[in-house]
Design a protein around this ligand. Structure first.
Ligand code: ATP
Ligand code: MG
Length: 417
């Protein structure tokens, strides 16, 4: 099969790396890809939001399957456009991607189908939203409705802060049209966890669990980031909690999809907050997570092409997913200053010096002549498997001193207890 992966992060590198193991693959392309991906796939210079160009390339190159990594092309309807041309694509159609593209839509869906979640109100008028702030206890959460590159959620400790947040999202349009509508939510306390699931339209099947680290610095200090490290499995999940999630979240979500005629196929990423062995849904995303993918796919024994095709055909079963018992840890090496301002174009050295059992997934990197240079905030995801979490963690950290780029920044406490 000829496969095109859309995206350029460590998530897409991990997807390419896993697809590459399949005997069914004849040719792998990635648009636009990065320096690491270019070692295993032919990179095509098309950005992820150039939907027409992606479709044209897929038609011209007779691509059998397009795998869409990031949310932007999914929400914009890339899968619908590919399907119209008779090209198979892994990822939800526009009506499915709306669960990530509109937080108010998701919240209304959860309410309608009795899926446990935070109490909320939706506003399209900033004055009305500000006038209603008294109705919420503090802290409270203000969310831009649409896509805001992970920056559209503001946790407010005072009503004054909430007022500022509403004004900057709705009036000053800090996130453009994504802020035409806001959701205000009660603040939930507990431990966060993400659950990635394969969905084939009729079944929602969870993958192995993972735990990510959102904050920039050790001890969960600093600003929120896209994720600074991750490990799998996540020890918070147990039989009782899994049963709770299946009954109250997965089954009800599926029932809701069927009741509303939403033919969801692809990955559903459920953000959870867990307390007393019960869970509430913080959000839905409609694609693989980053860095979750970098620790989950290395543990997948089954053929990823088979799984993706079964999702598309609507006949995936739990028996199709086989997992390694091993633990997996990934550590993100970021550019100094990330998630705020940082420089790009720093030469990366030592990538070929790491031990054989280390997998380096590239995020923001590119080739500059024969050098590999930094090209984003999250640069590399350094990954290892081990019989125990500690073994995997030690393998990763032992290899970090071999890798260098100017102002490299990383956490030292990933998977450390
Ligand atoms: N109701 C809530 N109570 C407490 N914390 C919350 C709540 N809603 C969101 N958060 C916090 O804000 C973070 C981001 O929220 P959310 O997942 O809705 O936004 P997002 O921008 O879509 O994130 P992502 O980029 O992960 O998709 C959550 O991971 C959580 O830490
Ligand atoms: Mg989200």
């Amino acid at each position: 099969m000829k496969i095109l992966v859309v995206g350029s992060g460590a998530r897409e590198h991990a997807i390419c790396w896993k697809l590459k193991q399949s005997s069914k693959l004849s040719k792998l392309y990635c648009a636009p890809g990065n320096a690491g991906i270019s070692q295993i796939a032919e990179c095509i210079e098309i950005k992820v939001d150039k939907l027409k160009e992606i479709v044209e390339f897929s038609v011209d190159s007779k691509i059998d399957l397009v795998v869409v990594g990031p949310e932007i092309p999914l929400v914009a309807g890339l899968v619908d456009m590919l399907n119209e041309k008779g090209i198979k694509a892994f990822g939800p159609v526009k009506s499915g991607a709306k669960f990530e593209g509109s937080k108010s839509y998701s919240k209304d869906f959860m309410k309608k189908h009795s899926i446990p979640s935070a109490r909320y109100e939706v506003y399209t008028d900033s004055e009305k939203a500000i006038g209603d702030l008294e109705k919420f206890n503090i802290p409270l959460v203000v969310k831009a409705d649409g896509l805001a590159a992970g920056k559209g959620v503001i946790i407010c400790e005072t009503r004054k802060e909430a007022e500022e947040a509403i004004k900057s999202i709705m009036d000053k349009k800090q996130f453009g049209d994504a802020g035409n509508t806001v959701v205000i939510e009660e603040f939930l306390r507990g431990t966060e966890a993400s659950l990635l699931c394969f969905v084939d339209g009729k079944n929602i099947i969870p993958m192995e669990s993972a735990r990510d680290y959102k904050k920039a610095y050790d001890g969960d200090k600093g600003l929120n980031t896209g994720g600074m490290g991750c490990f799998s499995p996540n020890t918070i999940f147990n039989v009782e909690l899994n049963q709770y999630i299946k009954k109250n979240i997965l089954d009800r979500t599926l029932k809701g999809f069927l009741a509303e005629g939403i033919n969801f196929k692809g990955v559903l990423f459920i953000g959870l907050i867990i307390k007393n062995n019960q869970a509430k849904v913080l959000e839905y995303n409609t694609r693989f997570g980053d860095p979750e993918t970098e620790v989950v796919l290395p543990r997948l024994k089954s053929d990823l092409i088979d799984i993706m095709l079964k999702c598309i055909e609507g006949n995936l079963s739990e028996d199709d997913l086989h997992w390694e018992d091993d633990n997996c840890v990934t550590l993100v090496l970021a550019s100094g200053g990330y998630p705020e301002n940082y420089e790009k174009g720093k030469e990366i050295t030592g990538l070929n010096k790491v031990d054989d059992d280390i997998i380096i997934f590239h995020g923001g990197t590119k080739l500059y002549g024969n050098k590999t240079v930094t090209d984003g905030g999250r640069v590399l995801a350094v990954t290892a498997m081990g019989n125990t979490l500690e073994e995997a963690r030690n393998k990763v950290y032992k290899n970090i001193p071999k890798i260098y780029f100017e102002k490299m920044q990383y956490r030292t406490d990933i998977a450390k207890f």
